[in-house]
Design a protein around this ligand. Structure first.
Ligand code: PGA
Ligand code: ZN
Length: 379
């Protein structure tokens, strides 16, 4: 498969920041790939270069991809690594690498007349794990409150059930927080200014009898100053989380501790038995960091964000390794998303257990794509 022409443009992400979109034209048509960005990005992620620098790099390296016959996506992704030559894509930018990788993935799929999820060989729908409330930065005790179904009949039914609770929560938060005026955060979750216990009490009420479970993304690195978690000692922070998990029957906890604390993660995972303890900033979709986590038994669940690692092939390798060791997998959006629904295809294509997507606003693009994919799979 070869592209006759590749071009790049600046587009907006959902935070109104500029990002890049690469477009490829080949005999079967055109495909586009754009790249999201994180806000509470992990420090071990690959480098994301500023848009203007990326555009200059693209002009220099596009000749190596245009008009060249590639037989597999791995070939494309290996070439990206070879051109860059660093461990963290600091020369060409992980954002540029992923945009090119996405375009080729879509190109290979279109070439075979398949959708991306079909090309990747996936048939199983993930469970949606959706952000319904949260804040950002040090002011909020927990970055994200999520809900997901205990069991799933169909993903469409799960999505509609979560959406109903989300709408209900908007009304409930208004009752308890007089400053709340249906405002949303970066991920289109309700931006409510109540303490964690109050928010969890309200969510528990909203999900009662609906077969839904609460999850948290603590994003603890953002609260960690090298000694404490915003006013709580390490021990107090640990106890705080443990109590929340027990009291509210929380089934999923992401990044409970800072991004280099493999040991406390391990202690928590061991103690919280049936809880999914997930590494996001801890692992950054990186197989080397996953190896360390496996050695330490730090997590039983992994977050998967392709732009943390820079290519689709690296993302696939990470998911494969996690599955091989019996870990649960969660394909995730970023706080600065694009209008590209490719992550819905990756979640199904790689058969991850969960898809961590937003519930409202521009975020529904991904949920709606999952609904269409389910329809196609079930026939
Ligand atoms: P990010 O936030 O996209 O800003 O990293 C989401 C998360 O922490 O999961
Ligand atoms: Zn996270």
């Amino acid at each position: 498969m070869k592209f006759e022409r590749l071009k790049i443009r600046k587009v907006l992400n959902t935070k109104s920041n500029l990002t890049i979109e690469v477009e490829g034209k080949f005999n079967k048509g055109r495909v586009r790939g754009s790249v999201p960005a994180g806000t509470s990005a992990g420090k071990h992620e690959v480098v994301s270069l500023p848009v203007d620098r990326v555009i200059r790099k693209f002009k220099l390296l596009k000749k190596k991809f245009e008009g060249v016959e590639f037989s597999s996506l791995e070939e494309v992704d290996s070439l990206l690594h070879e051109i860059d030559g660093t461990e963290n894509f600091s020369k060409i930018g992980g954002n540029l690498a992923l945009a090119i990788s996405y375009v080729f993935l879509k190109g290979f799929a279109l070439n075979e007349g398949l959708e991306v999820f079909e090309y990747l060989g996936g048939k199983k729908l993930p469970k949606p794990l959706c952000n319904v409330a949260g804040g950002w930065g040090k002011e909020s005790e927990i970055q994200e409150y999520l809900i997901y179904p205990k069991v799933q009949r169909s993903i469409a039914a799960s999505i509609f059930k979560i959406a109903e609770v989300y709408r209900q929560l908007g009304k409930m938060f208004k009752k308890y927080d007089k400053t709340f005026n249906m405002g949303k955060n970066y991920e289109s979750a309700w931006a409510v200014r109540l303490d964690a216990k109050k928010i969890l009490t309200i969510i528990s009420k909203a999900i009662e009898g609906k077969g839904l479970v609460i999850g948290l993304d603590v994003a603890a690195s953002d609260r960690w100053d090298g000694k404490t978690y915003v006013g709580r000692s390490e021990k107090e922070h640990y106890t705080f989380l443990k109590r929340l998990v027990k009291r509210f029957g929380i089934g999923y906890v992401e990044d409970p501790f800072h991004e280099d604390d493999f040991e406390t993660f391990a202690k928590f995972t061991k103690e919280m038995k049936r809880v999914m303890v997930c590494g996001d900033d801890l692992l950054v979709t990186n197989v080397k960091r996953l190896e360390t986590a496996l050695k330490n038994k730090s997590v039983n669940t992994v977050l998967v964000k392709p732009n943390q690692i820079g290519t689709v092939s690296d993302t696939i390798a990470f998911v494969k390794m996690a599955k091989k060791h019996g870990l649960k997998t969660v394909l995730s959006h970023r706080s600065g998303e694009t209008d590209d629904a490719i992550i819905a295809h990756l979640a199904v294509g790689l058969e991850t257990d969960y898809a961590k997507f937003g519930t409202s606003g521009e975020r529904v693009v991904k949920l709606n794509e999952l609904i269409r994919i389910e329809e196609k799979i079930k026939g």
